[in-house]
Unconditional design. Structure first.
Lengths: 316, 236
């Protein structure tokens, strides 16, 4: 009997072919392309991690750099000062971030809206200042930062972040199409109504916050291993918080693949403008962002859903 | 042995600063009844609903559900124990489809939950709109959806805050028919409603509040003849 090759199988075949292509890139591409793709993948994980929590619950996390910096610092210090193998240092950095974020979430997720956003900014700024002070210098090396060599080659690092980005998107896909994902959406829509309908909002929010912290912390650990250097002013910078948020807005908040599309387009546009119009690129880039946010407030995927180009119902 | 009331409010006090919203209020609701909660604006009706569902905590007094104390419990715990509510201002999840609005509330996952959601959408005559966003519904349809959400929760005690307000007579009739149908199936209702025709025509009992105090309680027939209530309500 002839079996139909359904849409689902076609999608999976497409994903497998894309993964084979992405895995094979280090065998034929130059270091420039591998580096560019590594950065796209790092920012994809940042954006997807932000989207998992903020896109679904509506709690705008303006402290993403706190996850990135914490994961990055713990793993970098383990590699630099304790000679940890990078493969062990990375998950320890991510675990540390997620464990601390349980406490942070328990305290800060009681406050809503702009107050939560500001408190996360304050936490990140406070940590940045603290890590640079002389009091913590024996541990953090202070404001001068930590240079280190992890002994990992660029293709290996690229494959590692590729695996992490793939797993992050798979986890996001599973959550977005699950009842847990719907509960997070219900929190975004009306938290009090959700709670009076039997949803344990505190537990669900903290779980999403911790998951987001783990993914982003792990990507942060890889990011600073790639840079061979970490310092508080970059690790906890507002730039590392805002860029993934803009990328998510670009692709589509609350969608699984919005962050990937956003991170890819954003990085390419940024790269092209920087190469061609070095002096004006920031002004033009800012203009493009404003136009996109004005005309595509739902992001590219949101816009396509609104117009029926993509189905707007979620698969549960 | 007499059966425990499904809900018992015991000497409940709730203050907002100097304002006493509920003042030593006590009453009991028998299972399988429809009780109307009446009173002028500011009488404490919605505050009482908020206390029953755990949205607010009383300053004094106790609340029992089927004999078990629920005072101080979180709203999700009370909901899981079998208390469902709708709000005066509808609070559904607007950017979720009708189907998702129900699925998210149902216990467990799988075929059983999806079948129950479809059953309830059929019951409120909205199954043809299951993939529409809830924000696309009319006001009356949104009220029906919020009732379906409560039913999805499988609540035994359902508290409805002005269910008939702002909807057309046909839909109002459908809604009240549905409430009676559910009541016959064993659900207990407490209804806050300003339209006295709804209360007198559909409730077996009524409780009247004024300035946070219970001023009358009894069958709807008796309440209609209560002199002190008429005095408070109509100034005679």
């Amino acid at each position: 009997m002839k079996r139909r090759f359904g849409n689902k199988n076609r999608v999976w075949l497409g994903i497998v072919l894309l993964m084979i292509f992405l895995i094979s890139i280090p065998f034929f591409a130059t270091d420039y392309w591998i580096t560019l793709l590594t950065l796209i993948l790092i920012f994809t994980v940042y954006a997807a991690g932000w989207n998992l929590f903020s896109g679904l619950t509506g709690y705008t996390n303006f402290g993403l750099a706190w996850f990135i910096g914490s994961g990055g610092y713990v793993s970098s210090l383990l590699i630099a000062d304790y000679n940890f193998f990078w493969l062990f240092a990375w998950p320890i950095g991510a675990l540390f971030t997620s464990i601390v974020s349980i406490g942070v979430g328990y305290i800060l997720l009681r406050i809503k809206g702009v107050y939560f956003a500001i408190s996360m900014v304050a936490l990140t700024e406070g940590t940045r200042e603290l890590f640079g002070t002389e009091y913590l210098t024996p541990i953090t090396h202070g404001g001068k930062g930590v240079p280190f060599i992890a002994g990992i080659k660029l293709p290996t690092l690229y494959w590692a972040i590729l695996v992490l980005a793939f797993l992050t998107l798979m986890i996001c896909y599973r959550i977005f199409s699950s009842k847990y994902g719907l509960r997070l959406l219900a929190i975004r829509e009306d938290e009090q109504a959700a709670e009076t309908l039997g949803i344990h909002t505190t537990r669900d929010k903290i779980l999403a916050f911790v998951l987001s912290a783990f993914m982003v912390g792990l990507a942060g650990a890889i990011h600073f291993t790639y840079q061979n250097y970490i310092d508080p002013s970059f690790a906890f910078s507002i730039h590392l918080t805002l860029t993934p948020i803009v990328m998510t807005l670009f692709g589509g908040v609350g969608t699984v693949f919005g962050p990937v599309i956003g991170a890819t387009l954003f990085t390419f546009i940024h790269e092209i403008l920087w190469a061609e119009l070095t002096l004006l690129y920031m002004a033009i880039f800012g203009g493009i962002l404003m136009v996109l946010i004005l005309f595509f407030p739902q992001g590219l995927l949101g816009w396509m859903k609104e117009r029926g180009i993509l189905p707007r119902i979620r698969k549960i | 042995m007499p059966k425990d009331p499904i809900l018992r409010i015991e000497d409940v006090v709730k203050k907002f600063g100097e304002v006493v919203a509920l003042d030593h209020c006590s009453f009991a609701i028998e299972p399988g009844t429809i009780t109307g909660l009446i009173g002028p604006n500011g009488a404490g009706k919605t505050t009482l609903f908020n206390l029953i569902t755990g949205v607010l905590q009383p300053d004094q007094g106790h609340i029992y559900l089927k004999g078990e104390e629920i005072t101080g419990k979180r709203p999700y715990e009370i909901a899981r124990k079998g208390v469902g509510r709708t709000y005066q201002i509808i609070r559904i999840f607007p950017k979720m489809t009708l189907f998702e609005n129900l699925i998210v509330v149902g216990k467990g996952t799988g075929k059983k939950v999806t079948e129950r959601a479809m059953e309830l959408l059929d019951l409120v005559k909205l199954s043809d709109k299951k993939d529409d966003y809830a924000s696309d519904l009319s006001f009356g349809q949104q009220k029906l959806l919020s009732l379906a959400q409560v039913l999805m929760l499988d609540a035994e005690l359902i508290v409805l805050d002005e269910p008939a307000a702002g909807i057309n007579p046909t839909l109002q009739n459908d809604l009240m028919t549905l409430i009676h149908q559910l009541n016959r199936a064993g659900k207990t209702f407490i209804i806050v409603e300003h339209d006295m025709n709804v209360i007198m025509g559909h409730c077996q009992n009524a409780i009247a509040l004024n300035y946070g105090q219970k001023i009358a309680e009894g069958s709807c027939d008796a309440i209609q003849k209560d002199e002190s209530l008429l005095e408070h309500y109509f100034g005679r």
